[in-house]
Design a protein around this ligand. Structure first.
Ligand code: HEM
Length: 240
């Protein structure tokens, strides 16, 4: 989406600049200096952005690194949303507000989205010349040539959340009770990914990223607390 917008704006700036140079109407004539300045500023800014993104994707480009980082954030946020939504559904606060099949589908959609973005986050690193990862670095936990321990936590988190997401499709075969007990490992997967992102992430020291991590962790802690209170309440009323 970003690349598409960038290309569209770049083309617009190029076309606009050319059109202004050939313009002869009086209105265009009076607006020409301001418009020319705007279009050349736009063009220069976009060229800088494009070169920062390393576009096109060849040679010693940092574009793969940027793509991996942004996909990492998306993967993290979707994993957080899936975990938080799972907790909301299990406390039954959403009952009556949203139909049960829709709530389950949303949970499934968020979990699959997290897997897709995290998978892309790891795979796109194959294109980065600086980190120079091969298939072994990406696929085998703790085998990466760059910060193997902390990258390894991300790899474990990925495999665990993949297994948990897939377990949804064999729920009937393994039994609801086993599936539910296994599902508690979601918190382990989330913690592994969080530790990975905080330790290995370039942006972990940025204020905005820290606020995001703090806010997301706070909601999960609150929801776990609420869930425990809700289940102890219903047990004491003989409902649980
Ligand atoms: C559920 C799975 C995963 C999630 C949600 C995730 C998420 C993240 C996040 C949020 C960051 C921080 C980005 C930044 O601060 O710029 C990060 C960094 C990183 N991740 Fe993952 N990750 C996952 C799995 C993996 C896997 C399987 C690998 C295997 C190679 C990996 C390799 C890396 C590397 C090398 C960095 C450092 C990039 C940087 O310096 O910013 N991650 N990850």
């Amino acid at each position: 989406m970003t690349a598409g917008t960038l290309i569209a704006l770049l083309l617009l700036a190029l076309v606009l600049g050319d059109w202004l140079r050939r313009g002869d109407s009086s209105l265009v004539g009076s607006l020409t200096p301001a418009l020319e300045w705007t279009s050349s500023w736009l063009r220069e800014t976009l060229m800088v952005e494009a070169s920062l993104m390393g576009w096109p994707l060849t040679g010693e480009t940092s574009a793969y690194w940027y793509m991996s980082r942004s996909a990492g954030f998306m993967g993290y946020l979707l994993l957080w949303a899936a975990t938080a939504w799972g907790l909301v559904v299990s406390t039954k606060v959403a009952k009556g507000v949203i139909a049960a099949p829709l709530a389950t589908s949303l949970h499934e959609f968020l979990s699959l989205g997290a897997l897709a973005f995290s998978g892309f986050h790891a795979l796109v690193l194959l294109g980065d010349r600086y980190i120079d990862f091969g298939w072994v670095d990406i696929l085998y936990p703790f085998a990466a040539s760059y910060r193997p321990g902390w990258v390894g936590l991300g790899q474990l988190g990925f495999y665990l959340s993949a297994a948990l997401t897939l377990s949804f499709y064999v729920r009937k075969r393994i039994g609801h009770k086993t599936w539910r007990s296994l599902h508690y490992l979601t918190f382990v997967a989330y913690a592994l990914v969080l530790a990975h992102a905080l330790t290995v992430g370039t942006d972990a020291s940025a204020r905005l990223a820290q606020a995001m991590y703090l806010g997301t962790v706070a909601t999960i802690v609150f929801l776990i607390y609420y869930r425990l209170l809700a289940s102890s309440g219903s047990r004491s009323r003989g409902l649980g």
